[in-house]
Design a protein around this ligand. Structure first.
Ligand SMILES: [Zn+2]
Ligand SMILES: [Zn+2]
Length: 378
């Protein structure tokens, strides 16, 4: 069996297990209705299945949030177009430039792609292209279509479990509480098993996307891309974000987080960065991606032998249009994001009570609005 076929086989196998598990939810529901509730009648079985489908239909039609900036005139978009051409595919109809570290693709009918600007300083243009080829590898394998469906199944199970919990708590009768409890335990158990199986599927799909990217970009280029990107986003998310929080607590804010974090990163010892990266690279039952070292080995590279670079001369950041302005705007976005988080945590700690008069509120918006007026009044 060729390597690619072996990758395909593992994907199909995990998908088959997922499908069986998915169908078994409805078989169990039918049986519960048929035997337990209906005492041998078919109709209650069908009713139970239909009830079980409601959260799934809800999850399927629930649309995701739009986010980030869409700018088709930026050189980054052109790069994306070039890669699409290579794959003989259409350019994603939505293309987002985001303030974060993520680079992703998604979408069922309409393809979407997103590139976070945070990591662009730490990788070369060729490395970015290699990462984009990995992302297009996901389109190539229809991973975004299947992945989106699986995520919605997962979501519907979690929603059902929450619904059961509410019924259990608010139930006026013991029988309703019992039904709530059954729904909760049933959905929770399935959701847990599902999460594990979906994670296995997701990891297989990552190997295939890596294989496609490594074949098209050269394994050395892709390997370096993976290492440099992973190392930098880990640092950015830990050090960068915590600095923002720290400054906010002192009433200060960063002007350009991308500049500051990258400069600090460049002063670190390369070997030390790599050591910490591999030490923290744990993987696990629920992780959507395989361990970095495993991914590198899977494309035929020795993780110890690849050199990490923490200073990039001609980085992919040059693909941004109005780079400085964009980075400043995005720094503000990130700062606001954490500001809200801090305010929220603070409000939770006070159980939603006003810090001046102690009145309690249900939402953060209401509390903040009240507090600003309350302060003026006192
Ligand atoms: Zn991927
Ligand atoms: Zn008040």
């Amino acid at each position: 069996m060729t390597k690619y076929k072996w990758l395909q086989f593992r994907i199909y196998l995990s998908l088959a297990i997922t499908t069986l598990l998915f169908l078994s939810v409805y078989v169990v529901l039918f049986y519960l209705g048929y035997q337990w509730w209906g005492k041998g009648r078919i109709k209650p079985g069908i009713v139970f299945v239909i009830i079980g489908l409601i959260p799934l239909i809800y999850a399927i039609f629930k649309s995701g949030k739009e986010r980030g900036k869409i700018d088709k005139s930026s050189p980054l978009y052109k790069t994306m177009k070039d890669i699409a051409k290579e794959f003989n595919m259409k350019v994603p109809s939505k293309f987002y430039i985001l303030p974060t570290t993520e680079i992703f693709v998604s979408g069922v009918f309409k393809k979407k792609a997103g590139v976070g600007v945070a990591a662009l300083r730490a990788i070369t243009k060729d490395e970015l292209k290699a990462i984009l080829r990995h992302e297009f590898g996901h389109f190539y394998g229809n991973d975004t279509v299947i992945g989106s469906f699986l995520a919605r199944v997962q979501y519907s199970l979690e929603a059902s479990s929450k619904f059961g919990k509410i019924a259990l708590r608010a139930a006026p009768h013991a029988i309703i509480a019992l039904i709530g409890l059954i729904i909760m335990v049933f959905a929770k158990t399935y959701s847990l098993i599902f999460r594990i199986i979906i994670s296995i599927y997701s990891r297989q799909v990552e190997y295939r996307a890596d294989y496609i990217a490594a074949t098209r970009s050269g394994k050395e280029v892709f390997g370096k891309a993976l290492l440099n990107y992973s190392a930098y986003i880990t640092y950015f998310e830990q050090v960068g974000y915590s600095t923002v929080i720290h400054l906010l607590q002192e009433g200060k804010a960063m002007i350009n987080i991308y500049d500051s974090v990258y400069n600090a990163y460049g002063k670190l010892d390369k070997k030390e960065i790599k050591k910490i990266l591999f030490e923290n690279d744990k993987g696990g039952l629920f992780s959507s991606h395989p361990k970095l070292r495993k991914r590198l080995r899977a494309i035929g590279l020795d993780p110890a032998a690849i050199e990490l670079k923490n200073k990039i001369d001609k980085s992919a950041v040059s693909l941004l249009k109005d780079q400085k302005k964009l980075e400043k705007d995005f720094t503000t976005t990130i700062t606001q994001m954490f500001h809200i988080k801090i305010l929220h945590a603070d409000a939770v700690a006070r159980q939603g009570r006003c810090k001046h008069c102690g009145k309690q509120f249900q939402t953060l918006g209401e509390l903040l609005k009240h507090e600003s007026n309350c302060k003026k009044a006192s």
